[in-house]
Design a binder for this molecule. Structure first.
Ligand code: KIV
Ligand code: NA
Length: 277
């Protein structure tokens, strides 16, 4: 399998082939996603919730993101790697946005960055792309604005807000994004945006008519029970299996059923004899 590039994304849209994306946050999850042949791995700032235990993504820092991106890069060789820019790493000024975007490629071996927002982010995106850094846009339910939305709520349900999202999508394409994540918007709106754009759309809670789909690793595998979005599908319940396995191990320590001679090493009898004298 060849390394996936931003060009591959555009070619897949032209050919009508779905683009597959999964989040990953460390070396083993990146190995697993790459082995399953996902086109792209997103090191999402959702790691703040599913890996670091925060209530939302706002506390996640550049240091957190670079740390996890480096681990993912060591595990994946074929998927296109996208690093998610954390809250306040690109909002305060365009210069800061460009410098922080650059760190994902220079220090953490990412192929591209993602940042949230529509027309208000177009200028920063234009400058990041001019610096040679591919950008994935992200509109709809943008979790870094959870305090403005007043919760994790679907966006674009009215004609007016839907129109605003379509304008955002066109502005992001014009600014140079190579792809665009549509999160938690009505399926007809996602389909309409997908049809209007030359660049591929990647949906999460945006229906079946996007050019690709992305879900959070922990949601797909049943590793995060605190909150399972309706749009996710659990392909396994690993939390259940982990609980069963760990409980059995702990019980076998308590009952001295673990370890057995197979898990242990005996000294040669003559060495033991000499030691014991
Ligand atoms: O942080 C994340 O995982 C994301 C995806 C859900 C798109 O932004
Ligand atoms: Na994110």
């Amino acid at each position: 399998r060849k390394k996936v590039t931003t060009t591959t994304f555009l070619q897949k849209k032209k050919k009508g082939q779905p683009i597959s994306m999964l989040t990953a946050y460390d070396y083993p999850s990146a190995l697993a996603a790459d082995a399953a042949r996902f086109d792209s791995i997103l090191v999402g700032d959702s790691l703040g919730m599913v890996v670091l235990g925060y209530e939302n993504t706002l506390p996640v820092t550049m240091q957190d993101m670079l740390h996890h991106c480096k681990a993912v890069a060591r595990g994946a060789s074929k998927a296109l790697l996208i690093g998610d820019m954390p809250f306040m790493s690109y909002q305060a000024s365009i210069d800061e946005a460009v410098r922080n975007a650059g760190r994902f490629l220079q220090e953490a071996s990412m192929d591209a960055v993602k940042l949230e927002g529509g027309q208000e982010r177009a200028e920063a995106i234009r400058r990041i792309v001019q610096a040679g850094i591919p950008v994935c846009g992200h509109i709809g339910l943008t979790p870094q604005s959870v305090q403005v939305f007043g919760g994790f709520k679907m966006q674009g349900k009215t004609a007016l807000t839907a129109q605003k999202l379509l304008q955002d999508a066109l502005a992001l394409q014009e600014a140079g994004c190579f792809t665009l994540v549509l999160e938690s918007i009505p399926e007809q709106l996602a389909a309409a945006i997908t049809q209007r754009l030359e660049i591929p759309t990647i949906g999460i809670g945006a229906g079946a008519n996007c050019d690709g789909q992305v879900l959070v690793y922990h949601d797909v595998l049943g590793l995060f029970d605190r909150f399972v979005p309706r749009f996710a599908r659990q392909y396994a319940n690993l939390n259940q299996q982990i609980h069963t396995a760990l409980t059995q191990f702990r019980e076998e320590i308590d009952s001295r059923a673990f370890p057995t001679p197979e898990n242990s090493t005996a000294m040669q009898p003559e060495e033991w004899q000499a030691f014991s004298e």
